[in-house]
Design a binder for this molecule. Structure first.
Ligand SMILES: *Cc1c(COP(=O)(O)O)cnc(C)c1O
Length: 388
C-alpha cells in the first residue's frame, strides 16, 4: 500500500507527539494538568442544550439537511452579524453553514488553489491554513507574525511576485496562538493588498466574543470593500462552548461562498439540522452566558498572568482569546525543551510555540481552559519545580 504524496507533504504533527508524552506521563500515574488544548471546559449554555433535545425528537430533522444550511440558520447568522458588527449579508447568497469553521477553512483551498498556486498564511498559526493549502496541492508561503509588529503580518514586505501568485490570504484576529487583536486600520490595509494583488481574503474569526475589560473586537467585514475581496469564518465553538457540536458559518463575498459551496456539496451533506436549531438558539437567544464565561476566563487570565510574572516570566494580559502567548525564560533556547521540562518536573503542559510554525519558536502558549483550582495547582507545581 502506498500513500499519496500529499500525505507525505503534511508536516509531522507536533501535537500528536505531545499527546504521546502526556499519555506516557499519565500511565506512570502523574496527574498531568494540560494547559495545552484550546477547548473550553465550561458546558454549553442550558438553553442551547434544551433546544437540541427538542429538535432531536422531531423526525423531520432526521433526514439529510440542505447543503448550505437551513435558511433559518443562515438568517440567524446574518442577523447576528448585523447586530454585532452592523454589516448586512444576504442569507441566500452570502452565508453558508459549516460543520465547524475548521471544515470550511480546510475546504476553501480546493475552490481557489490549483496545483502550485500560492496561499499566504500567517506563522505562527492555527495549522489548518497551511495544511488545507497543501492538501489542495498548493504552496503555503508564510507571513511571519512578529512581536514588534503586534503579531500582524507586514504586507508591504511580501515580494511582488509572490503576492501576484497568491490566490488566498489567511488571517485570524483575535489571534490564536498569539492572542493579538487587529483594528480597522489593519483590515483596511488588507483590503488594499487584496485589491492590488487580486487575492481572496479568508479571515478566521472564532474569538471575536472571547474578550476582556470591555474590549470589542472588529470584524474584517466592517471595512469598506471587504465584501468585494473576501469572507469571514465564524464559529459557535468558542463563543458558546460548543466545540463538540460542529457548527460554524462563513459570510462575505457571494462568489467566494459559491465556490466553497460547490466543493462542500460534493464532499459533505451539511450540518445536522438539530444542531442548526441549537445554533439559532445560541445566536438569537439570551447572551448572558457569554458574558459570564468571559468573566470566568478573565479571572483565570489575571491569576495566570500574575502568577507567571511572579516567576519572572515575560507575560502580559491579552485583550482577547483564552490563550497567553509569551517568551520562554531566557535560560531556554527551545520551546520544546521548555515544554518538556515543565511536563517532566511539574506535570504541566504548555504548548511549545514551534508547534504553530517556525516563527513561534521561542514562545509558549498557555490555554486558560481549566478551573481556577487546577490553574492554581499548576502555578504551585511550576514554582515548586523551580523552573524559571
Ligand atoms: C478553534 C479554532 C477554529 C475552529 O473552530 P471550529 O470548532 O472548527 O468551528 C478555527 N480557527 C481557530 C484559530 C481556532 O482556534
Amino acid at each position: 500500500m502506498r500513500y499519496a504524496s500529499r500525505i507525505k507533504k503534511i508536516p509531522p504533527y507536533l501535537f500528536a507527539e505531545i499527546d504521546r508524552a502526556i499519555a506516557a506521563k499519565r500511565s506512570e500515574g502523574v496527574d498531568v494538568i494540560s494547559l495545552g488544548v484550546g477547548d473550553p471546559d465550561i458546558p454549553t449554555p442550558a438553553n442551547i442544550v434544551e433546544k437540541i433535545k427538542e429538535a432531536v425528537d422531531d423526525s423531520l430533522n432526521h433526514r439529510y439537511p440542505s447543503y448550505n444550511g437551513m435558511l433559518s440558520f443562515r438568517t440567524a447568522a446574518a442577523g447576528w452579524y448585523k447586530r454585532r458588527f452592523g454589516v448586512s449579508f444576504d442569507p441566500e447568497s452570502e452565508v453558508i453553514a459549516l460543520i465547524g469553521s475548521k471544515e470550511g477553512i480546510a475546504h476553501i483551498p480546493l475552490a481557489f488553489i490549483d496545483s502550485g498556486d500560492v496561499a499566504l498564511v500567517p506563522d505562527p498559526a492555527y495549522p489548518v491554513y497551511k495544511i488545507g493549502t497543501v492538501l489542495a496541492d498548493g504552496v503555503p508561503v508564510e507571513m511571519p507574525l512578529l512581536e514588534e509588529n503586534g503579531f500582524k503580518p507586514d504586507l508591504g514586505s511580501i515580494d511582488k511576485k509572490t503576492a501576484q501568485k497568491a490566490k488566498l490570504l489567511f488571517l485570524n484576529y483575535p489571534n490564536n496562538p498569539t492572542s493579538a487583536t487587529a483594528g480597522l486600520d489593519f483590515f483596511k490595509e488588507v483590503v488594499d493588498f487584496a485589491q492590488d494583488n487580486d487575492v481572496v481574503i479568508c479571515h478566521d474569526a472564532p474569538y471575536t466574543e472571547v474578550v476582556f475589560g470591555g474590549y470589542k473586537s472588529k470584524s474584517f467585514m466592517e471595512v469598506r470593500n471587504a465584501k468585494e475581496v473576501g469572507v469571514e469564518f465564524h464559529s459557535l465553538s468558542k463563543t458558546y462552548n460548543m466545540t463538540g457540536w460542529r457548527i460554524g458559518f462563513v459570510v462575505g463575498n457571494s462568489e467566494v461562498i459559491a465556490g466553497l459551496g460547490k466543493i462542500k456539496e460534493n464532499i459533505d451533506s451539511g450540518a445536522f439540522q438539530a444542531v442548526q436549531y441549537a445554533g439559532i438558539e445560541a445566536l438569537e437567544g439570551p447572551q448572558d452566558a457569554v458574558r459570564e464565561n468571559m468573566k470566568v476566563f478573565e479571572q483565570r487570565r489575571d491569576l495566570m498572568v500574575e502568577g507567571f510574572q511572579d516567576l519572572g516570566w515575560d507575560v502580559s494580559k491579552p485583550k482577547a482569546t483564552f490563550y497567553l502567548w509569551f517568551k520562554i525564560p531566557a535560560s531556554y533556547t527551545s520551546s520544546m525543551d521548555f515544554a518538556s521540562d515543565l511536563l517532566d518536573n511539574a506535570g504541566v503542559v504548555l504548548t511549545p510555540g514551534v508547534g504553530f510554525g517556525r516563527y513561534g519558536e521561542g514562545y509558549v502558549r498557555c490555554s486558560l481552559t481549566q478551573s481556577m483550582e487546577r490553574l492554581k495547582e499548576a502555578l504551585e507545581r511550576i514554582k515548586a519545580a523551580g523552573i524559571n
